[in-house]
Design a protein around this ligand. Structure first.
Ligand SMILES: C[S@@+](CC[C@H](N)C(=O)[O-])C[C@H]1O[C@@H](n2cnc3c(N)ncnc32)[C@H](O)[C@@H]1O
Length: 185
């Protein structure tokens, strides 16, 4: 990280921004009121921010144009195929399906933030297609295994009513992290 010029998109309180700075990056954080100005970032990072942004196409276009050619965009999101668990909402409404995209508000008790601000659900193909359209190519994709404690509390005790229609009933992954590379010249 030392010496890298990094932009943290949808930085919120700056949790990731501070960690990147602690690791030696020259880092800038923006949230909803900020604009992208520089076009020579080595890395743009976005930690659990893309589902807060309604205009995905516009955001990815701006992110892509903020990167120098060959630079990286790293992001994490709630896994779009996460079906939810005990007292925790999945990526789409209980009454809907993975294939229905759009803004929605979570209901489950432990989804405190998403009950307040909602989220935009998008299929994996929408994310990857949008990134590809703006010259961001997939370099690496990671689906970390949930921490044992979290999995035990939320997944293994899930009631039948939290099983949602869609491709993910067997999915336990709750996080998706992607590293994209700018193919712009
Ligand atoms: C779930 S928080 C994530 C905060 C932080 N990245 C973290 O990991 O702790 C999502 C953030 O996205 C911001 N946000 C929502 N819409 C945005 C937009 N259009 N452009 C930039 N930031 C936005 C919100 O203000 C909020 O701080």
């Amino acid at each position: 990280m030392a010496g890298l010029h990094v932009l943290d998109v949808a930085c919120g309180h700056g949790r990731l921004t501070r960690e990147l700075a602690r690791r030696g990056a020259d880092v800038a954080g923006i949230d909803i009121s900020g604009n992208l100005i520089s076009r020579d970032f080595d890395l743009v990072a976005c930690s659990f921010g893309l589902s807060d942004i309604d205009d995905l196409d516009g955001a990815i276009r701006s992110i892509s144009s903020a990167l120098r050619p060959g630079a990286s965009f790293a992001f994490s999101i709630l896994h779009p195929c996460f079906a939810g668990g005990q007292d925790i909402s999945g990526s789409w409404p209980a009454a809907g399906s993975y294939y229905e995209e759009g803004r929605w508000t979570a209901q489950e008790a432990r989804s405190a933030l998403r009950r307040q601000v909602g989220a935009s659900h998008r299929m994996l193909s929408t994310y990857l297609g949008t990134l590809r359209r703006h010259d961001l190519w997939l370099e690496q994709i990671v689906e970390p295994v949930p921490a044992p404690d979290w999995a035990r509390r939320t997944m293994l005790t899930a009631s039948p009513s939290t099983s949602r229609p869609g491709p993910s009933r067997s999915s336990r992954a709750n996080c998706l992290t992607c590293l994209m590379t700018s193919a712009r010249s």
